[in-house]
Design a protein around this ligand. Structure first.
Ligand code: URA
Ligand code: SF4
Length: 189
Protein backbone atom coordinates (compact mmCIF):
# COMPACT_ATOMS: atom_id res chain seq x y z
CA UNK A 1 0.00 0.00 0.00
CA UNK A 2 1.67 3.17 -1.29
CA UNK A 3 -0.47 5.60 0.69
CA UNK A 4 0.15 3.60 3.81
CA UNK A 5 3.93 3.97 3.62
CA UNK A 6 3.57 7.69 2.87
CA UNK A 7 1.28 8.13 5.87
CA UNK A 8 3.66 6.17 8.08
CA UNK A 9 6.66 8.28 7.04
CA UNK A 10 4.76 11.51 7.70
CA UNK A 11 3.62 10.26 11.10
CA UNK A 12 7.12 9.12 12.11
CA UNK A 13 8.31 12.70 11.61
CA UNK A 14 5.41 14.40 13.41
CA UNK A 15 6.16 17.25 15.82
CA UNK A 16 2.58 18.50 16.20
CA UNK A 17 2.36 18.23 19.99
CA UNK A 18 4.81 18.47 22.92
CA UNK A 19 5.06 14.67 23.28
CA UNK A 20 7.55 14.80 20.38
CA UNK A 21 10.08 16.35 22.78
CA UNK A 22 10.17 13.41 25.20
CA UNK A 23 9.61 10.44 22.87
CA UNK A 24 12.31 8.04 21.69
CA UNK A 25 10.21 6.61 18.84
CA UNK A 26 6.83 7.32 17.30
CA UNK A 27 4.72 4.15 17.52
CA UNK A 28 2.69 4.04 14.31
CA UNK A 29 0.99 0.69 15.01
CA UNK A 30 1.38 -3.03 14.42
CA UNK A 31 -0.27 -5.77 12.43
CA UNK A 32 -1.96 -6.04 9.09
CA UNK A 33 -3.17 -2.79 7.46
CA UNK A 34 -5.60 -4.89 5.37
CA UNK A 35 -7.28 -6.27 8.50
CA UNK A 36 -11.04 -6.18 9.04
CA UNK A 37 -10.62 -5.61 12.77
CA UNK A 38 -8.83 -2.55 14.21
CA UNK A 39 -7.81 -2.45 17.89
CA UNK A 40 -7.15 0.97 19.43
CA UNK A 41 -5.12 1.41 22.62
CA UNK A 42 -4.23 4.52 24.54
CA UNK A 43 -0.61 5.35 23.87
CA UNK A 44 2.86 3.84 23.91
CA UNK A 45 4.44 2.75 27.20
CA UNK A 46 8.14 2.52 27.96
CA UNK A 47 8.92 -0.60 25.92
CA UNK A 48 6.89 0.68 22.98
CA UNK A 49 8.71 4.03 23.13
CA UNK A 50 12.09 2.30 23.19
CA UNK A 51 11.33 -0.10 20.32
CA UNK A 52 8.81 1.81 18.18
CA UNK A 53 6.51 -1.27 18.25
CA UNK A 54 2.94 -1.24 19.59
CA UNK A 55 2.01 -3.37 22.59
CA UNK A 56 5.32 -5.14 23.20
CA UNK A 57 5.52 -4.66 27.00
CA UNK A 58 3.72 -6.63 29.71
CA UNK A 59 0.29 -5.36 28.63
CA UNK A 60 1.16 -6.30 25.05
CA UNK A 61 1.97 -9.88 26.07
CA UNK A 62 -1.41 -10.13 27.78
CA UNK A 63 -3.08 -8.64 24.70
CA UNK A 64 -1.47 -11.37 22.57
CA UNK A 65 -2.87 -14.00 24.97
CA UNK A 66 -6.32 -12.38 24.81
CA UNK A 67 -6.22 -12.39 21.00
CA UNK A 68 -5.12 -16.03 20.93
CA UNK A 69 -8.26 -17.06 22.86
CA UNK A 70 -10.28 -16.18 19.76
CA UNK A 71 -7.66 -17.15 17.14
CA UNK A 72 -6.50 -13.62 16.40
CA UNK A 73 -2.91 -12.48 16.09
CA UNK A 74 -0.96 -9.65 14.52
CA UNK A 75 -1.41 -11.11 11.03
CA UNK A 76 -5.20 -10.71 11.01
CA UNK A 77 -5.75 -7.49 12.96
CA UNK A 78 -4.18 -4.04 13.17
CA UNK A 79 -3.36 -2.38 16.52
CA UNK A 80 -2.97 1.39 16.83
CA UNK A 81 -3.11 3.94 19.63
CA UNK A 82 -4.91 7.24 20.29
CA UNK A 83 -1.54 9.00 20.70
CA UNK A 84 1.56 7.80 18.87
CA UNK A 85 4.18 9.14 21.30
CA UNK A 86 4.60 8.08 24.92
CA UNK A 87 3.18 10.40 27.58
CA UNK A 88 5.86 10.90 30.28
CA UNK A 89 5.57 8.34 33.12
CA UNK A 90 2.62 6.77 31.23
CA UNK A 91 0.20 9.48 32.38
CA UNK A 92 -3.10 9.70 30.47
CA UNK A 93 -2.67 11.62 27.22
CA UNK A 94 -3.98 15.19 27.61
CA UNK A 95 -6.99 16.22 25.55
CA UNK A 96 -4.79 18.63 23.60
CA UNK A 97 -2.38 15.79 22.77
CA UNK A 98 -5.23 13.50 21.72
CA UNK A 99 -6.70 16.23 19.53
CA UNK A 100 -3.34 16.86 17.86
CA UNK A 101 -2.75 13.16 17.24
CA UNK A 102 -6.18 11.83 16.29
CA UNK A 103 -5.72 12.83 12.65
CA UNK A 104 -3.17 10.03 12.23
CA UNK A 105 -5.59 7.45 13.56
CA UNK A 106 -8.35 8.85 11.32
CA UNK A 107 -6.11 8.53 8.27
CA UNK A 108 -5.09 5.00 9.28
CA UNK A 109 -8.76 4.09 9.73
CA UNK A 110 -9.66 5.57 6.32
CA UNK A 111 -7.03 3.37 4.65
CA UNK A 112 -7.75 0.20 6.64
CA UNK A 113 -11.56 0.56 6.36
CA UNK A 114 -12.18 -1.87 9.25
CA UNK A 115 -15.55 -3.57 9.76
CA UNK A 116 -15.01 -3.70 13.52
CA UNK A 117 -13.18 -1.34 15.88
CA UNK A 118 -12.22 -2.61 19.35
CA UNK A 119 -11.23 0.06 21.87
CA UNK A 120 -8.82 -1.05 24.56
CA UNK A 121 -9.71 0.79 27.75
CA UNK A 122 -11.42 3.96 28.84
CA UNK A 123 -9.32 6.55 27.03
CA UNK A 124 -9.85 5.01 23.59
CA UNK A 125 -13.53 4.27 24.22
CA UNK A 126 -14.27 7.83 25.37
CA UNK A 127 -12.50 9.25 22.33
CA UNK A 128 -13.83 6.82 19.68
CA UNK A 129 -17.24 5.62 20.92
CA UNK A 130 -18.68 8.30 23.23
CA UNK A 131 -17.40 10.98 25.64
CA UNK A 132 -19.63 9.55 28.37
CA UNK A 133 -18.50 5.94 27.88
CA UNK A 134 -18.26 4.07 31.21
CA UNK A 135 -15.82 1.22 30.73
CA UNK A 136 -17.03 -0.72 33.81
CA UNK A 137 -20.63 -0.66 32.50
CA UNK A 138 -20.34 -0.44 28.72
CA UNK A 139 -17.50 -2.90 27.94
CA UNK A 140 -18.59 -5.70 25.63
CA UNK A 141 -21.61 -3.80 24.22
CA UNK A 142 -21.88 -2.97 20.53
CA UNK A 143 -22.11 0.55 19.10
CA UNK A 144 -22.21 1.56 15.46
CA UNK A 145 -21.00 4.58 13.51
CA UNK A 146 -20.93 4.93 9.71
CA UNK A 147 -21.55 1.21 9.31
CA UNK A 148 -18.60 0.27 11.53
CA UNK A 149 -19.33 -1.85 14.60
CA UNK A 150 -17.47 -0.75 17.73
CA UNK A 151 -16.96 -2.22 21.18
CA UNK A 152 -14.57 -1.74 24.09
CA UNK A 153 -12.65 -4.22 26.21
CA UNK A 154 -10.85 -3.53 29.45
CA UNK A 155 -7.30 -2.42 28.71
CA UNK A 156 -4.85 -5.30 29.27
CA UNK A 157 -2.92 -3.08 31.73
CA UNK A 158 -6.15 -2.78 33.76
CA UNK A 159 -6.52 -6.59 33.68
CA UNK A 160 -2.97 -6.91 35.01
CA UNK A 161 -3.86 -4.56 37.89
CA UNK A 162 -7.23 -6.23 38.58
CA UNK A 163 -7.43 -9.88 37.44
CA UNK A 164 -11.02 -10.13 38.79
CA UNK A 165 -12.16 -8.51 35.53
CA UNK A 166 -10.75 -11.32 33.40
CA UNK A 167 -13.88 -13.51 33.33
CA UNK A 168 -15.94 -10.60 31.93
CA UNK A 169 -13.26 -9.95 29.36
CA UNK A 170 -13.36 -13.59 28.29
CA UNK A 171 -17.10 -13.22 27.59
CA UNK A 172 -16.47 -9.94 25.71
CA UNK A 173 -13.86 -11.69 23.57
CA UNK A 174 -16.27 -14.51 22.73
CA UNK A 175 -18.86 -11.90 21.73
CA UNK A 176 -16.24 -10.25 19.51
CA UNK A 177 -15.47 -13.62 17.93
CA UNK A 178 -19.17 -14.15 17.23
CA UNK A 179 -19.46 -10.79 15.49
CA UNK A 180 -16.29 -11.35 13.45
CA UNK A 181 -17.71 -14.68 12.24
CA UNK A 182 -20.97 -12.94 11.36
CA UNK A 183 -19.70 -9.91 9.41
CA UNK A 184 -16.05 -10.40 8.45
CA UNK A 185 -14.99 -12.26 5.33
CA UNK A 186 -11.29 -13.08 5.56
CA UNK A 187 -10.32 -12.72 9.24
CA UNK A 188 -10.81 -16.42 10.00
CA UNK A 189 -10.11 -17.84 6.54
N1 URA B 1 -0.62 0.41 26.13
C1 URA B 1 -1.26 1.00 25.09
O1 URA B 1 -2.35 1.54 25.23
N2 URA B 1 -0.65 0.97 23.91
C2 URA B 1 0.54 0.38 23.70
O2 URA B 1 1.01 0.40 22.56
C3 URA B 1 1.16 -0.23 24.79
C4 URA B 1 0.57 -0.20 26.01
FE1 SF4 C 1 2.61 14.01 16.59
FE2 SF4 C 1 0.92 12.40 17.84
FE3 SF4 C 1 3.49 12.33 18.48
FE4 SF4 C 1 2.01 14.42 19.18
S1 SF4 C 1 1.74 12.31 19.91
S2 SF4 C 1 4.05 14.50 18.23
S3 SF4 C 1 0.62 14.60 17.44
S4 SF4 C 1 2.61 11.76 16.50
Amino acid sequence: MDNWETLKNQCLNCTDCPLCQTRTNVVFGAGNPEAEVLFIGEGPGEQEDLTGEAFVGRAGKLLDDMLAIIDLDRTNIFIANIVKCRPPKNRDPLNTEQEACIKWLRKQTALIRPKIIVCLGRVAAMRIISPDFKISVDHGSWYESNGVKMMALYHPAALLRDPRRRPETFLDLKELERMIKKICIHTYS
